[in-house]
Design a protein around this ligand. Structure first.
Ligand SMILES: [Zn+2]
Length: 305
């Protein structure tokens, strides 16, 4: 096993950080991992996480939902309902922020290609990047979309894409700044980037503390808040044009957390907590369970926040 120890904050470059939470990998191994907070900018990251070559076994259970299409179990059913609803919402958001001609779209961490398939149906030319080989094959076989491995990210030509999306994938990527630099290069001058990630400053994160299922250690390496995301993207030549809340994620995350707590009534307890967090966040999008960040290159950003 090879572990990555973070001495220098990937967001602000300072080298002093402290323990914020100790979390358990409920999903796959039951192992403990520590989340550290940068003493300067407050960025949260999983400390000593398995390297890209060693992390495979932490994804290695049959029902990793973003890569599978099973419909078993009430939490999974709910996940799929929300996923379909959110996919349509995402497609609409992409349209809202994009110029009329349908350009090339790249989805990084596209999983089995559900979003790419939806966008292709809407007339977009699409490409995907996905590190899981089985998911890539599934996407090709079932949706006929072109999906490459992560090595392809540096092989596309400069300014190839008008839209680049990362739906709940940036938090999984070891090379955080490098990925954002590649995206900057691949994006046309007036292009748009959409990044959805769990929000460590959310109501549900505050409620569940170290139990919060969206810490999802060690698969989630980085735990963003609106403040730290802003610092990170500005450092890499982007500006945030708009932030969309994804408050429905509070239901799924709360149910999953209650399930991890071995609560037999996890569906009910999760629904109640999810509802409370949903309402609290409805008054403040920065407290939403997950957030979609809309980015433009810094020189072209048109602030609508
Ligand atoms: Zn920092």
């Amino acid at each position: 096993m090879e572990y990555i120890h973070i001495d220098t904050c990937p967001v602000c470059g300072h080298n002093h950080s402290e323990l914020a939470n100790t979390c358990i990998d409920y999903y796959a191994t039951g192992e403990k991992f520590e989340i550290f907070r940068c003493a300067n900018c407050g960025f949260l990251f999983t400390q000593d996480f398995p390297s890209e070559n060693s992390i495979g076994r932490y994804y290695d259970t049959k029902d990793y939902i973003s890569h599978s299409d099973t419909n078993k179990g009430i939490v999974n059913k709910l996940y799929h309902m929300v996923r379909n609803h959110m996919m349509k919402k995402k497609a609409d958001i992409v349209r809202t922020h994009t110029h009329s001609s349908a350009p090339w779209l790249l989805d990084i961490g596209c999983g089995i290609g559900v979003f790419l398939s939806e966008m292709a149906k809407r007339g977009w030319s699409v490409k995907g990047i996905e590190k899981n080989k089985e998911a890539r094959e599934f996407a090709h076989r079932n949706f006929g979309v072109a999906v490459n491995g992560p090595e392809m990210l540096d092989k596309f030509e400069e300014s190839s894409f008008g839209v680049i999306t990362l739906w709940h994938s940036l938090e999984h990527l070891e090379k955080l700044n490098e990925t954002l630099k590649s995206i900057h290069k691949l994006l046309v001058e007036n292009g748009t980037v959409f990044i959805a990630v769990p929000n460590a400053a959310s109501e549900d994160a505050a409620h569940y503390k170290e139990m919060w299922a969206a810490y999802d250690v060690p698969r989630h390496l980085w735990h963003f808040t609106p403040d730290t995301m802003r610092l990170l993207v500005e450092k890499n030549g982007f500006g945030i044009e708009k932030i969309y809340p994804m408050p429905f994620d509070a239901f799924y995350v709360s149910m999953l957390t209650e399930k991890y707590k071995n609560n037999k009534l996890h569906f009910l307890s999760g629904a109640i907590t999810g509802l409370k967090c949903f309402f609290k966040a409805s008054k403040n999008p920065g407290k939403s369970s997950s957030v979609i960040y809309v980015l433009k290159k810094a020189e072209t950003v048109n602030f609508r926040v």
